[in-house]
Write a protein that binds this ligand. Structure first.
Ligand code: 5GP
Length: 146
């Protein structure tokens, strides 16, 4: 797209996709990958990314969303079940001005419990053991949602 900053293949999520850095994966199919956010804003905060490279929604090929959103829905259902959440917040930032910090398109899936405030975006790094446990909880719940 004219005026768009080019995709940088050295971004963290691109490296996760290439297996160059680890993640706590929850779900993977031909077009998408879901994994735990390393600085969760709530228990069970996950990210869903397309395997096709784009910085964000603004430069993505529209067909990307055809594969991305069904995975977002699947992870939202599973995370809500796994963490007995009352709701699920879906967030997606586009460019620095909007709060984006990693420039590979991604959707945040954040289970919400009534009365529990969200932690700050990009706040504290979670313990690896805790992330592994939460990933397992969502993987288990995935067996029971469509
Ligand atoms: P953005 O601000 O771009 O919407 O969100 C990027 C998200 O990625 C943040 O919530 C941040 O916690 C998460 N994040 C940043 N670096 C890593 C990483 O190396 N691994 C994982 N799993 N998440 C990351």
């Amino acid at each position: 797209m004219p005026g768009t900053i080019p995709y940088d293949p050295e971004n963290i999520f691109s490296k996760i996709l290439k297996g160059q850095i680890p993640c706590h994966a929850i779900y993977e199919d031909e077009h998408t990958l879901a994994f735990m956010d390393i600085m969760p804003q709530a228990e069970g905060h996950a990210l869903v990314i397309p395997k096709t490279p784009s910085r964000n929604l603004l430069d993505a090929d529209p067909t990307t969303f055809m594969w991305l959103m069904p995975t977002v829905q699947k992870i939202a259902r599973a995370a809500k079940k796994a963490f007995h959440a009352d709701g699920v917040k879906i967030v997606q930032y586009n460019e620095t001005a909007a709060g984006q910090t990693v420039f590979h398109l991604h959707v945040h899936v954040i289970p919400i419990k009534d009365g529990v405030p969200l932690k700050p975006h990009g706040g504290k790094m979670e313990d690896g053991g805790k992330l592994a446990h939460n990933a397992e909880m969502i993987r288990e719940a995935l067996k029971f949602v469509s």
